[in-house]
Design a protein around this ligand. Structure first.
Ligand code: ADP
Length: 265
């Protein structure tokens, strides 16, 4: 039953974590993007609609400039995002273009989701892009956001987007297979939790220290995002992004991650 709900999902949001979109040397992982584009094309040919929420602007900025990686000053961070966002979208445009797909960029802030006419405009833009077969790629608009008004991490941005659009599946691609009982990076006995029905129970029973070197939110924000989305009847999957054809395999049951089952199932 779970398999069917997942494979029948039509409106899918795919969130790409920083560690998934970058290679170990900090540059954009073109091989990953190539495989993502081919999966998105296959899914669209099957009649599904795909929205991408992509991290990676700041790292792409460092990769492009070759400096400022250790600057903690907010203006430098924002400047890096401004530089890196162009680089990021350039890679998406070229690689998705080679699969016959157009991409459109939406840079959003928390305020946009709290504002009636702005949310309406976001929805209308999303619907128009999707109706015309264009892949929307969303990121937080870092240049206008100071820390206090930031959504802060793309797990939550993906959750807001999924709810606003009325998506029926959110897939969060990370550097990890899913949610474990403990952080598997430093606990050999950590066990993958394949299905989560009661998020509160899980929150209290797992340990969630640490995050990958490029990541910003860690596992806690993935759980928060899943909480928000499942409340609206939408399922959420956390899975390892760098596995080949991961999205297609998740949909046909060949790969597992952690499935947060919404109350509607
Ligand atoms: P992303 O950039 O994909 O959003 P993050 O680095 O923010 O990823 O979060 C994923 C990281 O969270 C993993 O690499 C892992 O080290 C860490 N982590 C901490 N606790 C857990 C846990 N209980 N289960 C899975 N991952 C965990």
């Amino acid at each position: 039953m779970e398999r069917n709900t997942i494979s029948n999902s039509k409106k899918i949001v795919i969130k790409i974590g920083s560690s998934t979109i970058t290679s170990e040397d900090g540059t954009i992982d073109k091989k990953f993007l190539e495989n993502l584009a081919s999966q998105v094309k296959t899914l669209m040919d099957m009649g599904k609609e795909i929205v991408i929420v992509s991290s990676g602007a700041r790292i792409a900025g460092v990769g492009t400039l070759g400096k400022w990686s250790r600057k903690e000053d907010i203006h430098y961070k924002q400047a890096l995002c401004a530089i890196g966002q162009v680089e990021l979208m350039d890679s998406y445009r070229k690689i998705f273009g080679s699969h016959g797909l157009h991409v459109g960029q939406l840079l959003l802030t928390k305020e946009d989701f709290n504002h009636e006419s702005r949310t309406l405009n976001i929805r209308n833009t999303l619907f128009t892009l999707l109706d015309e077969g264009v892949v929307p790629i969303i990121n937080e608009n870092d240049t206008v956001c100071v820390e206090e008004i930031k959504i802060g991490d793309n797990d939550m941005l993906a959750a807001y987007t999924t709810v606003l659009w009325g998506g029926d599946l959110l897939i969060m691609l990370s550097d990890i297979e899913g949610i474990y009982t403990k952080n598997p990076q430093n606990n050999e006995d950590a066990r993958l939790i394949e299905v989560i029905e009661n998020i509160e129970e899980i929150e209290n029973s797992i340990s969630q220290d640490g995050k990958s070197s490029f990541g910003t939110g860690g596992i806690a924000t993935k759980i928060l995002a899943a909480k928000k989305v499942t409340k609206y009847g939408t399922n959420v999957i956390v899975a390892k992004g760098k596995k080949e054809n991961i999205v297609l395999k998740l949909l046909n049951g060949e790969e597992k991650g952690t499935l947060f089952l919404s109350k509607r199932n």
